[in-house]
Design a protein around this ligand. Sequence first.
Ligand SMILES: [Zn+2]
Length: 735
Amino acid sequence: MTHAEFLHMFLKPFLPKVVPVLPGLRALRSVGGFMTRSRLRFGLLLIVILVLAQAPPQPTRGGESLQTSSAGEPAEKHPIHTMPYSPSLDLTSMDHTADPCVDFYQYVCGGWMKNNPIPPDQAGWSVYAKLADENDQFLWGILEEASDASRPRNASEQKIGDLFQACMDEPAIEKLGAAPLEPGLHEIAALTSKSELAGYLGHEHMNARGGSAVFGFGSAQDFEDASQVIAFARAGGLGLPDRDYYTKTDPRSQTIRDQYIVHVQRMFVLLRDSPANAATEAQTVISIETALAQKSLTRVEKRNPHNLLHKMDRAQLKAITPDFDWDAYLTGIGLGSVQKFNVTEPEFYREVNSLIQSESLDDWKTYLRWHLAHAWAPYLSTSFQEENFDFYSHKLRGVAVMEPRWKRCVRLVDRNLGEALGQVFVARTFGPDIKARTLKMTREIEAAMEDDLKNLPWMSPETKQQALEKLHSIVNKIGYPDKWRDYSSLEIVRGDFAGSIRRSAVFESKRQLAKIGKPVDRGEWGMTPPTVNAYYDSQTNDINFPAGVLQPPLFDPKEDDAPNYGNTGGTIGHELTHGFDDEGRLFDGKGNLRDWWTKEDAAQFDERIACVREQYAGYVVVDDIHINSKLTSGEDVADLGGTLLAYIAWKKATEAQKMMSIDGFTPDQRFFIGYAQWACENERPENLRMHAMTDPHSPGRYRVNGIVSDLPQFQRAFGCKAGQPMVRAKLCRVW
Ligand SMILES: [Zn+2]
């Protein structure tokens, strides 16, 4: 992963299953499921590709009017060969009985929320999730064709088609049962002393069979030298989605922990341990994981990259973990000669060392067996898949039924061979005209930011100069990479699901580790082309818009500029602003972690951030849980700045046009309706509770109402008056 740490996406982060939590890519929204498609690749960790997502592409967050259908089967779907069309400004999605100055989100999304109940196999549903679902059906059509071995296929089609075929072959997977776990289980059983743990883990992480057992290890861009990739040793080793699940004492967290212990116990029973032994083993697992969690940083602490910067040489690394044989570990993952490391959380590694001293070899073996089974569960027979689903999707996120096999297999191919699948996707969906139009819009929004920066009343000329340099260095990546990834060394075998998955995992591990000691590849993408999402990466200082996110209803070539600048323009502005949010501002234009602010300007900035934090801390996510605005402030600031920049750019781009009202809405009103309709969503309360803990994005309702209530441009467009809910007495503005 090059830039995993500070890549930021617009979407909400996926629920990490085995991936340690990172201050992440900053995307538009995050995509649901256990694994972040997007993160994988930055994924430092050797492991991540292992997990077959079981949850939806994008969880959404609704407000009060949740529509859930908690029973029944998901609607039957078929492969499709053309994408269905929905307009970027949809009158049927609105609630015309609502007052835009009282609750703008209800006004623009009320109809959508009513018309789009959450499917039973999803934790939430949204405009983004719906598009991603249609995209999956379209990819299904591509993969079904590619899996037909009787027709002539090129090398890419052979790989994506055969992996899809292997994944869909349920009888073969069922017949194997837990057999794919056996080599790993034997290795664990053969350990005779704690000194052998390191060698096992090295091999294990390389072969990607055990998830991030104990810790995570991989490659990433050096915080201090943006041109180089170095080795990163991170915290990890947990089975729950966040360290807070182990430390919180409220009743809901206690219930989740109890359910988790039962889940771990059941997994040991599936490995044929007796129920009594399994119960003891589950206690062992939770006790080791709790100790690791207590020494892991919180998500808020990890938003500050300075907290994650601890360069060490090999001797220093050995000194903080004297009981862990790093030479054996590094040889195991094929990095025998690497000397330089960034240890993101040294306290965590000290804890690993004391646990090696205090826990018995048998207890460590128990912990490793759990993580092995946990990482492989989605690829094994039905009993493993169902147990895995029951805890991670049903109990944790409120999902009623498992997603259909085809969908999980489409995602699996996208995660493992995304740039092979992406080539076919791009050829069928993404024309040069869309690329040209989006690029033009991006440049206009960058120009709007330049004007905005030059005229900022609170920033000194010195800091402005640096900010402009950073802005001018931003690289715009639109649609798909210039150079496609070469998968030729990866062997995918029809009918061999477990083997193909294992080889894909090793391929990705090697690809990531091979970057260590080399210059950063700035052409690399952190999302696959079909992904319905976008991100900004502070360390490479680029914004990335995959072809998947540049489709209706998000970017709609049939509509006029107003809703398109509101929606896609707002997203471009959002990503751009991430370079200058409370986290992004810590990096310079080259991507180095370097303070380029004068003290006074930094203080002015912090004051403005405090305004946004105070505003969002007042919003309720679900029950009595408020937004953790120290976690969401980067996204909230990006939403606020991004919308304003898109508005300014749109005004400028259309100043010579005579714009008329359409359907009774003025151009300004259509800009704001188009802006807000990306965010329509419904979400299950369980999922909302989880997101309140793990998601750096605010719920959709506040991503709309929080923004417009700070914008006089909106208030004028709808004639809102002082004292109405969409007109805040104290307006926040950063950029
Ligand atoms: Zn974002």
